[in-house]
Design a protein around this ligand. Structure first.
Ligand SMILES: Cc1cc2nc3c(=O)[nH]c(=O)nc-3n(C[C@H](O)[C@H](O)[C@H](O)COP(=O)(O)O)c2cc1C
Length: 193
């Protein structure tokens, strides 16, 4: 018997779920949050997962003002994100919004690049009051691209982490609810067994 929420073999075959975390340094709470969503998706067998951050994109990100100027390192991450079947994105809150380089990464895509792609949006910050970054910054950005944005964004503050590398149990349960939604967006029925 397969565990609860396990998809059928055919549902998961070839499906790629890619995370893009907008951190510039590691360890990173944002990276930990994106990674937790990916780990849960992988544990359910929803697809293969890959996690990239802005360290992976390299210093060329800040220098490219157009995708044609992207070096090979940056282009590899741009391509991985664009070709994914679903995305899990995350940013730290900087000055009340996403970080500049996170936005710059997505500025390099043309407006069709992410159309119809399921996206789970996540963020971390110091202040609970800045949870609004989910609805005022991340959601409009991905709706601009005609992506299919999950209704449940995830916003974590310092108290939601046991350490920069580990979320609390309570927050991990919220991660599971977001992955329920990701599963539905990938058209994999919940509760199969
Ligand atoms: C330059 C800078 C600006 C920040 N601005 C905010 C902010 O406006 N609101 C907030 O809640 N946290 C703010 N923070 C805190 C970070 O969002 C928070 O520590 C985040 O979890 C860091 O993520 P990371 O570990 O992935 O780098 C700021 C941090 C830095 C370094």
């Amino acid at each position: 018997m397969r565990p609860e929420n396990a998809p059928t073999e055919s549902a998961r075959q070839g499906v790629r779920i890619v995370g893009l975390s907008g951190n510039f340094a590691r360890p990173s709470r944002t990276r930990t949050l994106v990674s937790a969503v990916l780990d849960s998706a992988a544990a359910r067998g929803l697809g293969s997962t890959e996690l990239f951050d802005l360290v992976d994109a390299g210093p060329g990100l800040g220098q490219a003002t157009d995708r044609s100027q992207a070096d090979a390192q940056l282009e590899a991450v741009l391509h991985a994100v664009q070709s994914a079947d679903a995305l899990v994105v995350g940013t730290a809150v900087y000055k009340g919004a996403y970080t500049g380089l996170f936005k710059h990464f997505f500025d390099l895509y043309d407006m069709e690049a992410l159309a119809r792609k399921p996206v789970i949006v996540t963020a971390t910050g110091a202040s609970p009051g800045h949870a609004s970054v989910i609805d005022y910054h991340l959601r409009p950005l991905f709706l601009f691209f005609d992506a299919v944005v999950g209704t449940r964004g995830l916003y974590a503050v310092q108290q939601d982490f046991e350490s920069p590398e580990r979320l609390t149990e309570a927050f991990s349960r919220r991660v599971e609810r977001s992955v329920d939604e990701l599963q539905a967006m990938l058209h994999v029925p919940l509760g199969q067994s």
